[in-house]
Write a protein that binds this ligand. Sequence first.
Ligand SMILES: Nc1ncnc2c1ncn2[C@@H]1O[C@H](COP(=O)(O)OP(=O)(O)OP(=O)(O)O)[C@@H](O)[C@H]1O
Ligand SMILES: [Mg+2]
Length: 608
Amino acid sequence: MQADPTPRTSAQDTNAPPGAPPAPSRARDRMLAAWLWHGYVRRYLPLLVLAIILMAVDGAMMGLFSLLVQPMFDDVLVQGNADALVWVALAVAGVFVVRALTALTHKPLMTYLSESVIGRMQERLLAHLMRLDQGFFHRHAPGVLIDRVRGDTQGLGMIFTGILPALARDLISVIALLGVALWIDWVWTLIAVIGTPLLVLPILALQRVVRRVGTRAREASAEASNRLDEIFHGVYTIQRNGLEQLEGTRFHASVARFIAASVRTKLGQSGMNALADLVGALGFSLVLIYGGGQIIDGSRSVGEFMSFFTAFALMFEPLRRLSGLTGSWQAVLASLERVHALLQVPVAILQPAPPHAPLPEPGRSDIRFDAVNFAYERDPVLRDFSFIAPEGQTTALVGPSGAGKSTVFTLLTRLADPQSGGITIGGHDIRQMDLAGLRGLFSVVAQDSALFDETLRDNILLGAEGVSDARLREALDAAHVDEFLPLLPHGLDTRVGPRGSALSGGQRQRVAIARALLRDAPILLLDEATSALDARSEALVQAALDRLSTGRTTLVIAHRLSTVRRAAKIVVMDKGQLVEEGDHATLIARGGVYAHLHGLQFQGTTES
Ligand SMILES: Nc1ncnc2c1ncn2[C@@H]1O[C@H](COP(=O)(O)OP(=O)(O)OP(=O)(O)O)[C@@H](O)[C@H]1O
Ligand SMILES: [Mg+2]
């Protein structure tokens, strides 16, 4: 697959929702619902059915209760029937015991279902995101992605805590209560619901509003998360430059946008509830006028009216929740849409279909770039770039900052693929090799090696198993980690802080070198590996790296030319192109770019 060639403007896109979802439509909503059901919910079907039955029983109890109101009034209170007193009291108690028991079980059950579905979705999202390429992470800031993975999936919980209970419990409640009302007097019932058709159009309109502002609220939330992420990563820069107030203001702006959108979402949802209330009140007043007259003239009993009234009054709360249902569903769909869009972002770096090209045999890991063209966005980073790094020897890449040197490592380890041209190792196209196998060929000391907030030991082993203590010691010695190890409070078990912030730059670099020494892979990639070390440590660590690189195909990037002069081959790059190549002596004799750079670095020294 090719890397995404579409030109994008990074500044705008960083905060845009990853993978812009297409416009909502009914078919699309159905697709999203089906996707949610088949991928995430169906596996819990038995539990779901159980919870729904419990909720339905819970809901039906309210109908039973309103039914009991009639004998309570007519037999007990009006006629003074003592036998009825006992059974009615027992029946009412029974209704509430059943309610209590069902609620006790279906609520935790729904929480379990909700969190399980959310957790599974988060895991899948993370698994997908971890396969995406550099270009994607350049376009989408970590803070936004964190908010997508955490916040948007949390929004789905509404299905289990709001929508399904409304459908199962509240709908059954309403049906039971409506049944009771109809049974008592169908004319009263018809009068009571007379205003319902008035609700349809306004609710449909509100629904659309809620969906739109709901999306805006989620976007504002992602933006606020991203601001926090950027602030905490750059907090020292903020402090040194006195940017606290500026950052505070910017954060405030995102929060204000979030508040505005959230309030509007709630307004839309409450609007639906309020409409339902108003229509209910209208119906009830009409029944009171009509039914009240019938009681006064004796054609209806007080118990009947009270029973009807109870059923009707009890219907309000579940009806209100049911009328909020479409609003909640719209909010869920908005979240679902963004999660789905993120999962649809194509994986640019694909594991090739088998049969895979063989991984290079020992002694055949020569690297070859053949007319490689590569761009992250519009501007080409590598242009028709060809070079050969011979097996078992050290090849140095030198050139000005931004020339594309680190990008060579990016392409070699397939964090991105070139738009055209070929890269081979041992004569085989790296795009045909098993991806994990390919990446296993390299020990890398990157320019900005990431340390994780774990112990020093975990940071060096990076998941490698069965490493003997002796080998670990050896790597620690060679990388001169042992020099600062005694200074750490818990030695190898000291946590290195977020991104290794508890260590100095040079210490972090030595940890990265120890990693590479331990990994012991056939190809060594060193990107400014010793740039942060003092002169003495550099000389010592360099000696260890020289030992490691002996007999291995090695690519070295270094600005300090003293580090590269012994390389078998030096490739000089500028603006993504190869400008000259050869060994140190040849290049000096040639008097070109390299000789010039060399002259600049060693001016006034006795070195040649
Ligand atoms: N993730 C990225 N997204 C977009 N552009 C990038 C990305 N990484 C690097 N670039 C661009 O690619 C070009 C080459 O970058 P590269 O890191 O390869 O340079 P370099 O030769 O290693 O420089 P230095 O010596 O400063 O490390 C630069 O112009 C840089 O702006
Ligand atoms: Mg670089």
